[in-house]
Design a protein around this ligand. Structure first.
Ligand SMILES: Nc1ncnc2c1ncn2[C@@H]1O[C@H](COP(=O)(O)OP(=O)(O)OP(=O)(O)O)[C@@H](O)[C@H]1O
Ligand SMILES: Cc1ncc(COP(=O)(O)O)c(N)n1
Length: 275
């Protein structure tokens, strides 16, 4: 068992356009040399222009996907993405409690880049009460962090406060992603670790609309690195370097918010500032 190839799972929604959700996660996992599997929670009809439709799967089928994995594979790390509504968040939480899939990365997906709601508004409370306490690491963007904490987040101090508030809600480690920040020069993420230490990760901001699936790619990379045994801070730094490179070395696909280039190797352009 010790020498088994590292296996990971994404518990999320699909993206028919291939740039976000389960598809971005599996591409990232492949690129990071772990074996990617998926529990599909919802199916979206989606492309780089937006989400045209989606449907969540029956919760019984989600239970069965968890059972299929736990009775055969040796999942070492897992992540969640689009969970659709409160009943599906609850279903995933109950399954995560009955299996041991290792460290859990929670990407609390709420609104797609094109504006479509991927989580019902009344499910935010279920995420906060039931899923956040299970998170080994949680990776909200600014609107998601604001929705979960009730804070208005407009500057670095508020990002740090949101990080601490999420730790108080039960998440062990927190990354507040700054992709939605106003800073035209850099994309800055605040990292708060379980031991209370914190730092910022900064990468040059790329002036592009080709940012579909950035959050999925970051969280999937962190999940892959944790499965390979990386320490949390190292996994997060690798994730940031990977997503930064995948945004910089763009590929031309679609006519809207284009996907990332998942073939890249992490670049060294990320700067760490310790608090
Ligand atoms: N234009 C950009 N240039 C460089 N880095 C970026 C840019 N946009 C986002 N990032 C980085 O990408 C990562 C994801 O952040 P972001 O805030 O975009 O997440 P997100 O909104 O959850 O993404 P998505 O919903 O597209 O999956 C972070 O590390 C962020 O700093
Ligand atoms: C199934 C699914 N999961 C996550 C996202 C978020 O990605 P983005 O904000 O880039 O649209 C998405 N669009 N679709």
């Amino acid at each position: 068992m010790v020498n088994e190839f590292p296996q990971v799972v994404t518990i999320a929604g699909t993206d028919s356009g291939g740039g976000a959700g389960v598809m971005a996660d599996l591409k990232t996992m492949q690129a990071r040399h772990v074996f990617g599997t998926a529990v599909v929670v919802a199916v979206t009809a989606q492309n780089t222009l937006g989400v045209q439709d989606f449907m969540a799967l029956p919760t019984k089928l989600i239970d069965e996907q968890f059972t299929s994995l736990v009775t055969d594979l040796n999942i070492r790390a897992c992540k969640t993405g689009m969970l659709a509504d409160a009943s599906h968040v609850h279903c995933v939480v109950e399954n995560l409690k009955r299996v041991d899939f290792g460290p859990l990365t929670v990407d609390p997906v709420m609104i797609a880049k094109g504006g479509a709601a991927l989580l019902a508004a009344d499910a935010i409370q279920t995420v906060r009460d039931e899923l956040v306490p299970l998170a080994t690491v949680i990776t909200p963007n600014l609107p998601e962090a604001a929705a979960l904490t009730g804070l208005t987040i407009e500057d670095d101090q508020a990002m740090m406060a949101a990080g601490h508030a999420l730790q108080e809600l039960g998440a062990k480690n927190v990354i507040i992603k700054g992709g939605h920040e106003a800073d035209p020069q850099t994309a800055n993420d605040f990292v708060l670790l379980a031991d209370g230490s914190s730092f910022w990760l900064s990468a040059p901001r790329v002036d592009t609309v080709r940012t579909h699936g950035t959050g999925d790619t970051l969280s999937a990379c962190i999940t892959a690195e944790l499965a390979k045994g990386a320490a949390m801070a190292t996994a997060i730094q690798t994730g940031k370097a990977y997503v930064a490179a995948a945004i910089q070395q763009t590929i031309q696909v679609g006519h809207g918010h284009g996907p990332l280039n998942h073939w890249v190797t992490p670049s060294a352009e990320v700067t760490r500032y310790d608090n």
